[in-house]
Design a protein around this ligand. Structure first.
Ligand code: FAD
Length: 318
């Protein structure tokens, strides 16, 4: 079923969903089930699975020279989606990025998803790789997420890249995109970011999942801005509890988000690792309850492999 249909059927109740990462290469699918099994009691209608582009490593050879090698540390997004659907009988949403794919490879990946009856996809651009200063697409790849959205919207009309195809099968993708309550870090300002987000919706995006945020006022402001800009698709807040002290600086650095002063003060007062985790959990529960009371369509938790923490939060909220 499409994500948007889940929202329609929920009749105003706030659903819950989880995002997981594929295990590191060499790991097994059981690690995924170990994360998800404890969360199934909350009846998530769908699970998101992230996609990870290849990275480059430098390996020292016997000659003393370093060789640059490409490695994908977390492959398996599509296989994991199929396993989730098979084991739990719920929808799984692969993230698909522009980075690392030519347009033709993207088309082939989408054809595979269609054959697997995976009809929901979160369409993203992806980030620059660690050694790059800015995102660079493949030669003949997409530069922005909107190009990927357009390609999927075309396939939904039966239009494929190969113009020899006549009467191509129409896919039925429900297309999710990313949104940034505190703006995407490359955008010159919030307004420009919203203009591009609106373009993605006009191109065919069906719903938005937001970057994590720690101040619900940011999300409320984002909802209002989207409304003012005529962005009328469902907007799902993404939530991540802070569980470790280093995240005080790591999360703003990695995700370009602000932490509210009250949260920072409470975390600084916490003396032990366990106390830090408790503060993070309580904060996330508080955010979740308020968002649920506002009637958001779904609360989307970034699990990052920590199902125990997410379970505690979901228990308090649902
Ligand atoms: P875009 O929509 O392409 O936007 C990127 C930037 O370009 C923005 O600043 C935007 O304002 C600007 N822009 C957009 N269109 C244009 C245009 N036509 N001309 C000029 N500028 C433009 N990354 C992964 O690698 N794997 C994942 O699984 C993954 N999952 C994610 C899930 C969520 C919910 C979120 C919020 C992010 C996720 N990301 C993931 C990270 C994401 O790939 C990065 O945030 C990336 O930097 C931007 O992706 P985007 O789809 O928002 O890009």
């Amino acid at each position: 079923m499409k994500v948007t249909e889940h929202f329609e059927q929920s009749k105003g109740n706030t659903l819950v969903s989880f995002e997981i990462l594929p295990p590191l290469k060499g790991g097994g699918v059981q690690a995924i089930f170990d994360t998800l099994d404890p969360l199934m009691e909350f009846k998530p209608p769908f699970i998101d699975v992230t996609y990870h582009r290849e990275e480059f490593l430098y390996k020292k050879r016997q000659s003393g020279y370093y060789e640059k090698i490409a490695i994908r540390k977390r492959p398996g997004t599509v296989g994991i989606c199929a396993s989730i659907m098979h084991r739990y009988g719920i929808d799984a949403i692969p993230h698909l990025i522009c980075g690392g794919f030519t347009k033709e490879e993207t088309e082939n990946a989408l054809i595979d998803l269609n054959f697997l009856s995976i009809n929901n996809v979160l369409a993203l651009r992806g980030d620059a790789r660690p050694f790059e200063t800015k995102f660079s697409p493949e030669k003949d790849g997409h530069e922005f997420a909107i190009d990927l959205v357009r390609q999927m919207a075309d396939m939904n009309k039966g239009i494929y890249l190969d113009d020899n195809i006549e009467n191509g099968q129409k896919t039925d993708f429900c297309i999710g995109i990313a949104g940034y309550p505190e703006k995407h870090f490359e955008s010159p300002n919030l307004e420009t970011d919203l203009i591009f987000t609106k373009e993605k919706v006009k191109a065919g995006a069906d719903y938005i999942v937001t970057q994590m945020f720690f101040d619900n006022e940011q999300f409320k402001g984002y909802l209002k801005n989207c409304k003012d800009f005529g962005i009328d698709v469902p907007i799902v807040p993404g939530l991540k509890p802070i569980t470790r002290r280093y995240q005080l600086s790591a999360l703003p650095r990695r995700f370009f988000v602000d932490l509210p002063s009250d949260l920072v003060k409470a975390l600084e007062k916490a003396k032990t690792d366990e106390a830090v985790r408790e503060v993070g959990i309580e904060w996330c529960i508080m955010q979740s309850k308020e968002l649920k009371a506002m009637g958001v369509p779904c609360l989307h938790y970034y699990t990052m492999g920590d199902s125990e923490t997410i379970k505690r939060i979901a228990e308090a909220v649902y």
